[in-house]
Design a protein around this ligand. Structure first.
Ligand code: G3H
Length: 255
């Protein structure tokens, strides 16, 4: 029955809160690995949670990925605009345009009646060019806003899946395998213990910036992402995780 499944998911959420040490976990029905509608539900749930938790003056940083794109798509359009500011968390990570943080920031801001900024950083810049870019006054200005955001909403992915999607070189891929990378978030790659083993050279949010934020919210579902979610939960402080039954059950089976 609907009630039984609701109760089951509350139990799952409670168990996950304990295991992952995250103060609030929300679990939606289904497994997004198997059904597209589950990802839509996950996105809707995340959008609703975010909208409820936003306060006046918040600056929200968002990452890229298909889950974040779904969240932006599912954000309910209220008649009253909410003047929130949305910014991309990091520069180019090698994603296609539709799931880039810039695109998602714009869509999310538009849905809520807020404003947004973009950070145009090409992928795969040399260290030297990146350093120069960092010194540009306009980039500095954007970066300041990004690094002082109050809320961050992010996706979490499997390390090797992300490396493949972003077309990392064979050498980088091998290194990730050797280092036991299992998770990726914000362009950082983590091993099972939640230690950073690699990070993308681009501008934007640094992992350390999360410490100052009022709310760090992760959104990820599907049983295949269980190891990634568990690793991310160790890597940095997450205040809220929105996930699905598929991921939740798999995480709990493996502790
Ligand atoms: O950083 C994590 C990935 O962006 C997650 O991507 O939502 O498409 O699985 P995804």
């Amino acid at each position: 029955s609907v009630l039984a499944s609701l109760e089951g998911r509350t139990e799952l959420a409670r168990a996950l809160q304990k295991v992952l040490e995250i103060s609030r976990v929300v679990v939606v029905v289904g497994d997004s690995d198997e059904e597209q509608w589950v990802k839509d539900t996950l996105g809707f749930q995340a959008a609703t949670e975010l909208r409820t938790l936003l306060q006046d003056g918040d600056v929200v940083a968002v990452t890229g990925g298909s889950t974040m794109a779904t969240m932006a798509k599912m954000m309910p359009r209220h008649s009253a605009a909410f003047p929130v500011r949305v910014v991309p968390a990091r520069g180019g990570l090698g994603e296609s345009t539709s799931i880039q943080a810039n695109t998602i920031a714009e869509q999310l801001a538009t849905a809520m009646g807020g404003s947004y900024s973009v950070l145009h950083v090409p992928d795969r810049l040399s260290e030297e060019t990146l350093k120069r870019l960092n010194d540009e006054p306009m980039v500095q200005e954007r970066l300041e806003e990004i690094r002082q955001s109050t809320v961050v909403v992010h996706g979490i992915g499997g390390a090797l899946q992300m490396a493949e999607r972003r077309a990392l070189s064979a050498k980088e891929y091998e290194t990730l395998v050797k280092q036991g990378a299992v998770a990726e978030a914000f362009g950082y790659y983590f091993n099972q213990q939640g230690e950073t083993v690699h990070s993308m050279t681009t501008v934007g949010l640094k992992l350390g910036d999360l410490d100052r934020m009022r709310l760090v919210m992760g959104v990820a579902g599907g049983a295949s992402k269980a190891p990634a979610i568990a690793s991310a939960a160790k890597a940095y402080r997450m205040d809220l995780l929105v996930t699905d039954e598929g991921a939740a059950r798999s995480i709990l089976e493996n502790v």
